[in-house]
Design a protein around this ligand. Structure first.
Ligand code: SAJ
Length: 414
């Protein structure tokens, strides 16, 4: 296959759009494909429909240079990168329907010789399934390498941290798993256009598992911290001090407790391992259960305090799933506010989230929840619940909370 010059990125979300932009600013001609007309219109204007530091500069520059455009239609290209969601259903089995739709949009424009990369975090076997989807739609193509009608398939899981995406895209190591060695090498060549980290080649299933294992490792470690936080409450000791002290041991590195684990990665990916091996994945399942129980635990603690008041005013600081971003997906804070409002109909709940302009619909529908700025929410409150360690919350002077009941789930005001 000659050098890749044109790339189609299917899915212009939190991963697809940064990836499209970085390919474009490294000299490739990129078309981003999405089903969402608002996203397409925003990208073609050079703007970004969500908050991610430095992304807009890259998108605007690439669009201005004529290297990046967005479209509903999938054009021909030398390489296709699939970055669509892989949610799970009620039974925690991964839903591959978005990958199947991506395959349906790519299949008609394949000519033979193209590289197709799956970036979406996927359960083991998904890259092979993508190959099956494509060859079922195009039986004239082959997944065997080095033929006139070959297509090359690889998994290259994204590993970037929201909030640091544009830096980590370039600096992180990458893992690439090919359906065969030729596919892995072609993907390596493509990603080395911008990736300054090492690129490690393996088979597709190992690459799929590596990504899931990274996030499960973090989930298990956070579950340990969250379990400790509840034990520390029983013992009436400071969990952050406890962890800080234990972490002085050279081989101990416990993460931080919080209101639960959110986002579309760590709260989701471990289930793909559990679903793949339900009899063996006991620790991984237990960690998910501990982390998923933490929002209920925080909610019940707030309710306990609120019962001291007839009509409590509660300021809840943060709705995002973590600090300094606007992403509310799988956010424990959002869940806690919802449960509090339902359990305490006489309470006024002021949600403070500086990164959004309006409440998500399920909260907006509740009569006792309003979106407020930090100072007015805290001033009117009896109880202050810190759920997200946004910079503005960390900077808020603890001394001005002395008259209030404070529940600080992130330990920022200790
Ligand atoms: N959290 C804690 N305590 C901690 C660290 C995190 O409670 O000590 C919580 C956060 O508040 C948040 C959740 O965990 O609710 C997840 O946040 P995160 O910063 O750990 O991770 P994500 O979901 O933003 O990004 C993760 C990263 N994976 C790892 O660090 C192993 C990122 O590199 C991946 O690319 C990303 O998942 C992904 O897309 O899979």
């Amino acid at each position: 296959m000659p050098e890749v010059e044109t790339v189609v990125v299917v899915g212009l979300g939190y991963i697809g759009l940064p990836t499209a932009a970085i390919f474009a600013t490294h000299g490739l001609n990129v078309v981003g494909v999405d089903v969402n007309a608002v996203t397409i219109e925003a990208v073609n204007r050079g703007s970004v429909p969500f908050v991610e530091p430095d992304l807009e500069v890259h998108v605007a520059g690439a669009v201005q240079q004529g290297r990046l455009r967005a479209s509903k239609e999938t054009p021909e290209a030398d390489a296709f990168v699939v970055a669509v969601p892989t949610p799970f259903g009620d039974d925690y089995q991964a839903d591959l329907s978005y990958i199947e739709s991506a395959a349906a949009s790519i299949a008609p424009v394949l000519r033979g010789g193209e590289l197709v990369v799956l970036e979406s975090t996927s359960p083991p076997g998904a890259t092979h399934k993508l190959g099956d989807f494509l060859t079922r739609l195009r039986p004239d193509l082959s997944l065997e390498p080095n033929r006139a009608n070959s297509i090359y398939l690889a998994h290259c899981p994204e590993r970037v941290l929201p909030g640091r995406v544009m830096i980590e895209l370039v600096t992180n190591d990458r893992i690439i798993g090919g359906l065969n060695q030729e596919s892995a090498e072609k993907a390596q060549k493509l990603y080395s256009r911008f990736c300054q980290g090492e690129i490690h080649l393996t088979d597709a299933v190992t690459a799929e598992m590596a990504k899931l294992v990274e996030n499960s490792y973090r989930d298990v470690n956070i579950a340990f911290a969250n379990e400790l936080s509840m034990i520390a409450d029983d013992l009436n000791i400071d969990v952050w001090k406890l962890i800080e002290l234990a972490n002085h041991h050279p081989r101990v590195n416990i993460l931080q407790p919080g209101p639960g684990v959110g986002g579309h990665c760590i709260a989701v990916d471990p289930w793909f391992i559990v679903a793949a091996s339900p009899d063996k994945a006991n620790l991984i399942r237990a960690a998910r259960t501990v982390n998923d129980s933490k929002p209920e635990y925080v909610t019940s603690r707030v309710i306990e305090k609120a019962h001291k008041f007839h009509q409590p005013n509660i300021a809840v600081l943060g709705l995002a799933f973590k600090a300094d971003i606007d992403d509310l997906r799988e956010s424990p804070a959002r869940h806690i506010v919802y449960e509090l409002a339902k359990a305490l109909p006489a309470a006024s709940i002021s949600a403070v989230e500086p990164h959004i302009g309006k409440l998500p619909s399920e909260l907006a529908a509740l009569p006792n929840v309003t979106l407020k700025d930090l100072h007015s929410a805290v001033e009117a409150s009896d109880i202050v619940v810190l759920l997200v360690d946004h910079s503005q919350n960390k900077a808020f002077p603890r001394a001005s909370l002395n008259e209030k009941i404070v529940i600080d789930t992130k330990g920022v005001w200790r």
